[in-house]
Design a protein around this ligand. Structure first.
Ligand SMILES: Cc1cc2nc3c(=O)[nH]c(=O)nc-3n(C[C@H](O)[C@H](O)[C@H](O)COP(=O)(O)O)c2cc1C
Length: 198
């Protein structure tokens, strides 16, 4: 087990915006959603937008688990949907973790209610499970971008996000593997079911 902010790099949290999947919990129900942990030198914080389960859970419980994974499919899936229970496991002391996380970290977060929470966070403890490596894939990176655009499109219904998504889908189809293509198809299906634009 690793402890404290000194161990951030051991679990893959580096300078810049670290895209992780946050698991949180209320009343025994586990929630997973993408979240950016921003590291700027010694400063470490998150921006949480009102209206999400993650916001509510962090506000009430004061912690989240950062699951570090390369799997773009999981980002796309958790951006718009809940995951079934079999995607999660519990740590020895009961923390909700993504089964396929490559590393995880429990972050303490002192949050206060407002439209947007910008909260300092601190690594309490964490663990590197497997050091995965792979070549960069433009398709996988774009699935993350597409998941961001999809959440914004769902919230704001701005046409430009939809056009961006169509453009990203073409590149994902060319550069991604089957998992990235499936992730993108599922994002577009979900958007479709909320809109009749296509
Ligand atoms: C790559 C990525 C990064 C994101 N980062 C944040 C973030 O830093 N803060 C935030 O409030 N929402 C962020 N989001 C949007 C939330 O994940 C999204 O609103 C999600 O639906 C919230 O789910 P929940 O209601 O289960 O918490 C991000 C989405 C993606 C795809």
């Amino acid at each position: 087990m690793l402890y404290g902010n000194e161990a951030l790099s051991e679990i893959g949290i580096l300078d810049g915006i670290n895209e992780i999947i946050a698991t949180t919990e209320t009343r025994g129900r586990i929630n997973a959603a993408p979240l950016g942990i921003i590291k700027d030198g010694d400063s470490l914080y998150v921006r949480l937008f009102l209206g999400t389960h993650t916001y509510e859970n962090v506000l009430t419980r004061g912690w989240f688990v950062a699951n570090i994974t390369h799997d773009a499919w999981l980002f796309a899936e958790t951006a718009l949907e809940d995951l079934p229970d079999d995607y999660f496991v519990r740590s020895d002391d009961g923390l909700p973790l993504l089964k396929d996380a490559e590393a995880w970290g429990l972050f303490k977060c002192e949050a206060f209610a407002s439209d947007i929470i910008i909260a300092k966070v601190e690594l309490v403890k964490g663990m590197a499970i497997r050091r995965d490596f792979r070549a960069c894939n433009r398709g996988a990176n774009l699935v993350l971008e597409a998941a961001v655009a999809a959440t914004r499109y769902m919230a704001l219904r701005t046409d430009s996000y939809f056009e961006e998504l169509m453009k990203m889908q073409r590149i994902i189809n060319r550069c991604g593997g089957p998992r990235e293509r499936e992730a993108m198809d599922r994002l577009m299906e979900r958007i479709d079911s909320f809109s009749h634009k296509r």
